[in-house]
Design a protein around this ligand. Structure first.
Ligand SMILES: O=C(O)COP(=O)(O)O
Ligand SMILES: [Mg+2]
Length: 223
């Protein structure tokens, strides 16, 4: 797809946009659930829970495992700690970079855009995953969810990242895979393109209001 505008930078989401991390999420959740004596959750359920941060993922997995809301809330903090420990262990093991990502990021850089990774995943595992996949060399900034008071879909992570990049939101393209990214971008005043292969909370991504949709980051062209 072709974008028109004078872009100074791009903010790129991580899970579902650059890297298919479903296998890592499933393995880490299963490790935590097993310690708690709970059954594993299916990848299909996990894929609908990804993108809104670890708290949302773990609570959703507990509910999907049959716990009622009260029991899920009571277990949530403990389960989250176990999940994060397992995630750090498996981070990158089952992850796959989507086709066209490395090439697409290189093309954005060749156009002179500065790049930031803006994800609801915490910063440390995000940096590790970008290093493991070799994508880290493209990024000036890696902004994980723990750096901000509020996660996407709040515009705060995008606005603060634009400030760090020194770019105006209107000239900073958001590339994401979900409603979460699109809502954050709209509220921040950033143009937004959604990739068509990601998670989007289990819903068709073209239902989401965005400036465009791309089958790969490498497909992005500029007028
Ligand atoms: O939910 C998460 O932990 C991360 O999701 P995101 O990289 O798509 O923001
Ligand atoms: Mg995502």
């Amino acid at each position: 797809m072709t974008l028109s505008g004078d872009f100074a930078a791009a903010m790129v989401d991580l899970d579902g946009t650059m890297v298919d991390t479903l296998g890592d999420f499933v393995a880490a959740l299963d490790g935590a659930l097993d310690e708690l004596g709970l059954p594993p959750v299916s990848p299909a359920v996990v894929s609908q829970l990804v993108g809104k941060g670890g708290e949302h993922l773990v609570r959703g997995a507990l509910l999907a495992g049959g716990l009622d809301a009260h029991s899920a809330d009571a277990l949530a903090d403990d389960a989250l700690l176990r999940y994060r420990r397992h995630y750090d262990e498996v981070n990158g093991r089952y992850a796959k970079v989507y086709p066209g990502v490395a090439e697409g990021l290189q093309r954005l850089r060749d156009r002179g855009l500065r790049l930031a990774c803006v994800t609801n995943k915490p910063t440390a595992p995000s940096r590790d995953l970008l290093r493991i996949t070799g994508l880290n060399r493209h990024f000036d900034v890696v902004a994980g969810g723990d750096r901000f008071e509020r996660l996407k879909p709040d515009p705060m992570p995008l606005l603060q990242t634009c400030a760090e990049l020194g770019t105006e939101p209107a000239r900073t393209l958001m590339i994401g895979d979900s409603l979460n990214d699109a809502l954050a971008a709209r509220a921040a005043g950033c143009p937004v393109v959604l990739v068509t292969y990601g998670f989007n909370h289990g819903r068709p991504v073209r239902e989401v209001d965005a400036d465009g949709y791309a089958d790969s980051i490498d497909e992005l062209a500029f007028a």
